[in-house]
Design a protein around this ligand. Structure first.
Ligand code: G6P
Length: 608
């Protein structure tokens, strides 16, 4: 959601900004722009639409310079158009600003500035920052930015250039991600690492309410009081190839094919001699034993992984678990205390609602365990303990491999807690640990079924509405299958608990309605077969996902069956999700949609 790139050095800045912004396209955007400082003035070019539109526009103007800022905008305040795109200029056109986040008190600031004679061009919240910096400017840019940030409420990652500072630009952050890339004779800012990886692997991760002065040779970090902050250099150890398509048509397909290896990378290092252990884990046995309740908070796909974890934790560790959508949790004054542990799940580690839910739980005394993919992200830094999912960079907006690795990490946690709480004997524990290590192979067996899934998708990609029906963990899995389909195919779909069918949904089933049913829960198998019969009797077309030992039986009632290996039902969602992801993928491709960058969606939701 919004991407920022900034550069100072000797290179021609425009290509650096554009190439960097291309690497941030996955975040989601609807317009883009750049501001370049040259010969005492700032040139700004902005365009609604894809970066290619901006590139075409840039070909028609001469832009030279070695200091500049660029932005991809995901509209919040004001529709996507050229005027509302960033960068935004101050009234005197000496200062340009790019911003990610939302300035919550922008109306008050706007009124104040209008009272002082400032004229606004856009409908954005961001424009107030440009004008307020101008208002606060007394000859020192960083002081003007600091003064401005003391007055704004909300979230921001900022890049600021000023005609009076041809050798320095300013960056700042609070609750929105921003990193500083450290080069030789050049420096960068970016919303995420892939944007600068071809130039440098050394970065500074900014903390909240920090402001940075950046020249070609020097980076200085300050807090809002103007005190200098020390920072260690963070060395990125993954390479550019991990953030590229590697021969696949779409990132989403590449990322699904990475599932076996990333699940393995998440599980293997945590199992030594058949015992689960976590690196730098501060949760003591006593804390785990005395834990009275676990809260799980997350958004989107990560939330769906949390719903699966509830079943696994309650069954194995016998501890009550409440799962919440982070945006609900943070505002409902949740009953959290120091005897509870809160698990916060996030691929990006930057989702604003999830970060705020973490702070709410922490404030109330709960210990925080983060399940996070991005090392050094805000959630990873603020959690008391972190278990990283080693999924590598996930670029497609629709999350796939991150989900499997979140499940893998959560299964490890459930087993670890079960063991510490004395609810699993040696034999059961060993058998679960062994089964968990089978997951990569099992997903590997499912991936080659893509042609069958593609064929089924080609028969149904024109569906108007799709229902996903399952029981127990399969119901949680259905939520994720349905979300995947919605996100990239734009087909209306809903997930329902099989047992709820008769309480409403069945009224919507008619001739030809597509119903997708996972049947991985052995103990509920017969009940789901009955549900399939009920929808079939009303004309539904049924695609079932079933373990191979049941595939034949299911094929007698369903129209098509994708089999998955026979396995422990608790772990089955981590494997059965892959056919659902593949189905959504092929429907999206067949509909001609932009699979990796679906409309209106952003990979990293850094505003409320
Ligand atoms: C957005 C993304 C989803 C993701 C959700 C939570 O909606 O498009 O793919 O599941 O945010 O993101 P997080 O980074 O916190 O897991």
């Amino acid at each position: 959601m919004c991407g920022i790139v900034g550069y100072i050095g000797k290179k021609d800045v425009t290509p650096v900004l554009i190439e960097g912004l291309k690497k941030l396209e996955y975040r989601g955007y609807d317009s883009a722009g750049v501001a370049i400082l040259n010969n005492g003035k700032i040139d700004v070019v902005k365009a609604k639409g894809r970066l290619s539109v901006l590139e075409s526009k840039l070909k028609t103007v001469h832009m030279a310079g070695s200091i500049g800022i660029g932005h991809t905008r995901w509209a919040t305040h004001g529709e996507p158009n050229d005027v509302n795109s960033h960068p935004h200029m101050s009234y005197n056109e000496k200062i340009a600003v790019v911003h990610n986040g939302i300035i919550e008190n922008y109306m008050q600031i706007k009124e104040f500035l209008m009272g002082k004679g400032y004229v606004f061009k856009s409908e954005t919240d961001t424009e107030v920052i440009a004008h307020l910096i101008e208002y606060n400017y007394k000859g020192n840019l960083i002081e003007a930015v600091m003064a401005t940030l003391c007055d704004v409420e909300g979230a921001y990652a900022l890049g600021v250039v000023c005609t009076d500072s041809p050798d320095t630009f300013i960056a700042a952050r609070k609750d929105s991600p921003l990193i500083i890339g450290l080069g030789k004779g050049e420096n960068f800012i970016a919303s995420d690492i892939p944007a600068i990886l071809e130039h440098t692997r050394d970065i500074y991760i900014l903390e909240d309410k920090e402001v940075v002065s950046i020249t070609a040779d020097k980076v200085e970090i300050f807090n809002l009081l103007g005190e200098k902050m020390d920072r260690e250099v963070f060395h990125v150890d993954w390479d550019v190839a991990s953030a590229e398509k590697g021969g696949y048509e779409h990132f989403m397909m590449k990322e699904m094919f990475e599932e076996p290896s990333v699940i393995k990378a998440t599980i293997s290092p945590r199992i030594q001699n058949d015992e689960i252990s976590f690196d730098k884990f501060g949760l003591t046995d006593e804390m785990i034993k005395s834990c009275e309740k676990i809260n799980i908070v997350a958004c989107g796909t990560a939330y769906h992984a949390g719903v699966i974890a509830k079943y696994a934790l309650e069954k194995m560790a016998r501890v009550p678990v409440e799962v919440d959508v982070a945006s609900e949790f943070r505002y409902r004054d949740p009953m959290v205390n120091e005897k509870q542990i809160t698990i916060v799940i996030s691929q990006s580690g930057e989702t604003l609602d999830t970060l705020m839910a973490l702070r709410e739980a922490k404030k109330k005394g709960s210990r925080i365990l983060g399940i996070v993919n991005v090392v050094g992200s805000s959630i990873a830094r603020e959690a008391d303990d972190v278990i990283y999912t080693w999924a590598g960079p996930e670029i497609a907006v629709a999350s796939t491999k991150a989900y499997n690795t979140q499940l893998a990490a959560l299964y490890l946690v459930a087993l670890y807690f079960a063991r510490k709480r004395g609810h699993l004997d040696d034999e059961a524990y060993q058998s679960y640990v062994q089964e968990l290590q089978e997951l990569p192979r099992q997903v590997d067996e499912v991936l080659p079924k893509k042609e069958t899934i593609q064929k089924f998708a080609s028969d149904h990609f024109n569906a108007k509405s799709v229902f996903f029906i399952g029981r127990s963990l399969d119901y949680a899995l259905c939520m994720e299958g349905s979300l995947k389909l919605k996100e990239i195919s734009y087909i209306h779909s809903e997930a329902y608990a099989g047992g709820e069918l008769k309480h409403g949904t069945i009224a919507l089933i008619e001739q030809g309605t597509l119903v997708i049913c996972p049947l991985t829960q052995e103990s509920l198998f017969d009940k789901m077969v009955s549900n399939i019969r009920e929808v079939k009797a009303r004309g539904a077309v049924v695609l079932a996902i079933a373990p191979e030992n049941h595939a034949e039986e299911v094929s007698k009632v369903a129209d098509a069956v994708i089999s998955i290996p026979q396995m422990n039902p608790l772990f089955a969602p981590a494997v059965a999700v892959t056919p659902l992801q593949l189905f959504a993928y092929y429907v999206s491709v067949l509909k001609g949609n932009d699979v990796d960058k679906p409309r209106n969606l952003a990979k990293s939701v850094t505003v409320e």
